[in-house]
Ligand binder design. Structure first.
Ligand SMILES: Nc1ncnc2c1ncn2[C@@H]1O[C@H](COP(=O)(O)OP(=O)(O)O[C@H]2O[C@H](CO)[C@@H](O)[C@H](O)[C@H]2O)[C@@H](O)[C@H]1O
Length: 491
């Protein structure tokens, strides 16, 4: 019989995605299945999720879940079971999973995600009937602050007669901690003892992420370097002491990429599919990309620099403000840039202004477009990821797989996945990209210059592309690591 894990999160591909969390939660069931683990995923019943459930089979009901009637609907996520928390009072809303159409966070997010977490804890402990019998899971796995209260409910809300349930809390981004005023505590339905420095209390309020960090049996984050970084204030964002106190219970398991979706040999989004032996075919994709973005296509013939791409949330985390400051330098070194993203209004306007200043050299698409992101990885020369912190990062992994050389900051998962083209690595023929230090204008400009120099040495550049494409960042290794972690918790 497989080990049964209930994985709870606020997003999962292909149902709902605002960022990398969704990619990982969506891929995890397939990643661990070969290792004898069956993951059932629990998601909120947003309109986009309910619309994808072909028939609504009810498997459990609550009259009062944090004050709302709610029910669980069964479905499938690929080949794995899915359950959806249908609570219209909480989730049947327009906008994103977290905010209204104007971008304002919903004021009751604490209640919405407390309900999701409470449901997860009850279901893990056997609330749901399968073929007339309670289905108890072996491990509960929570992702990010939205599911952070689930381990806390296991610890401070279940009756004594319920056997203990092991739990895993995975941090995809420490910057989002789900902090709410202390007045919400009494509405959560946790025992009074949870209101303490060793519980959910944090600076006089409640932090949903902290709740998970203290209550879970094991804590993981999405790269080994970030697991170390979050023990320091700069990356721990106030929770570094809580992380450090968990000691060896905190580990880093690198994210994988879904190679069924991200494979240049089979990717239908591309004008021309290719592999490491047919890199010349990428030119077709590059010309298509230039046309799509209105970029000057004669640059290559004139000995120009790389066509850089950015696919990102346009935020401070991602270093987009510093990139804006280096765009004139990027153009001076012969480069061009295609940006796809959305986020802070000021940064969006900044990129649009840069595009207006440098027509044919810089072009911007504000918005979210999955297919376009594939076309960019398949046609761009290099992907820029100048993040101030990056728990793992997925776009550099997609870049590696697509021969789109990553130019990244040396932090978190970026440090763990890209081999910098320093003289030693170049001499040994093992470089896969370019790393720079602290995210400053000078460091980023230096990395852009290095990229332009290497790009003008076609053999060196092709070697980096091929090295990157030969890397295996599929879920093969990390799927096993999660399976081993789950097993270690029940033995
Ligand atoms: N405008 C757009 N159009 C189309 N696609 C777009 C897009 N903007 C972003 N994307 C896609 O969204 C995903 C972003 O994932 P990342 O891992 O790079 O960052 P994110 O900060 O969201 O994730 C957090 O969680 C993940 C998962 O653990 C960690 O890797 C990461 O470090 C952490 O910050 C990628 O699949 C990317 O292609």
């Amino acid at each position: 019989m497989p080990l049964r894990v209930l994985s709870v999160a606020s997003e999962a591909v292909p149902f709902v995605k605002t960022g990398g969390l969704a990619d990982v939660v969506g891929a995890l069931p397939g990643a661990v299945a070969p290792h004898g683990v069956e993951i059932t995923t629990l998601l909120p019943g947003y309109p986009s999720v309910l619309a994808r459930l072909p028939r609504q089979r009810v498997v459990h009901e609550w009259d009062d879940l944090l004050g709302e009637p709610a029910r669980l609907l069964a479905g499938m996520l690929g080949d794995a079971p899915l359950i959806v928390l249908d609570a219209p009072g909480l989730f049947d809303r327009p906008g994103t999973p977290y905010a209204d159409a104007e971008g304002q966070d919903w004021g009751d997010n604490w209640r919405r995600f407390a309900a999701l977490s409470r449901a997860a804890a009850e279901v893990a402990c056997g609330a749901m009937l399968v073929r007339g019998k309670p289905r108890r899971f072996d491990v509960l796995h929570s992702h990010d602050w939205q599911a952070g209260l689930a381990p806390a409910y296991l610890r401070w809300a279940m009756s004594d007669s319920v056997p203990p349930m092991p739990s895993v809390m995975t941090i995809h981004n420490m910057a989002f901690q789900g902090w709410y005023g202390g007045d919400v505590f009494t509405s959560l339905g946790l025992r009074g003892e949870a209101w303490s420095i060793d519980g959910v209390e944090y600076h006089g309020g409640v932090s949903l992420l902290k709740a998970g960090l203290v209550a879970a049996s094991a804590v993981t984050t999405v790269s080994p370097t970030y697991a170390r970084e979050i023990c320091a204030p700069e990356f721990g964002r106030g929770l570094e002491g809580v992380v450090a106190a968990r000691g060896g219970a905190v580990t880093g398991i690198l994210n994988g990429i879904d190679s069924a979706v991200w494979n240049p040999e089979t990717d239908d989004a591309l004008a021309r599919q290719f592999n490491a032996r047919s890199l010349e075919r990428r030119t077709v994709n590059k010309r298509a990309l230039e046309a799509e973005f209105g970029l000057d296509a004669s640059a290559d013939a004139r000995g120009g620099g790389p066509l850089f791409i950015v696919i990102s949330r346009l935020t401070w985390q991602k270093g987009m403000d510093v990139l804006l400051e280096t765009l004139d330098h990027l153009v001076e070194t012969g480069g061009r840039l295609a940006v796809l993203g959305s986020g802070d209004a000021g940064l969006e306007a900044g990129f649009q202004a840069a595009a207006a200043r440098h027509p044919g050299r810089i072009a911007v698409r504000i918005g979210y477009d999955e297919d376009l992101s594939h076309r960019m990885q398949g046609g761009g020369d290099a992907i820029l990821v100048p993040s101030r912190f990056e728990p793992c990062g997925l776009t550099q992994l997609y870049g590696l797989a697509y021969g789109c050389v990553p130019v990244v900051a040396r932090t978190g998962g970026l440090a763990d996945t890209v081999i910098d083209a320093n003289p030693a690595a170049l001499a040994a023929g093992v470089a896969t990209g370019i790393q720079h230090g602290a995210v400053t204008r000078d460091n980023l400009a230096g990395a852009l210059t290095t990229a332009a120099t290497l790009y003008r040495q076609p053999e060196e550049w092709a070697r980096m592309q091929k090295n990157g494409m030969a890397c295996d960042f599929s879920w093969r290794v990390s799927g096993r690591a999660y399976a081993e972690l789950y097993r270690s918790l029940i033995s």
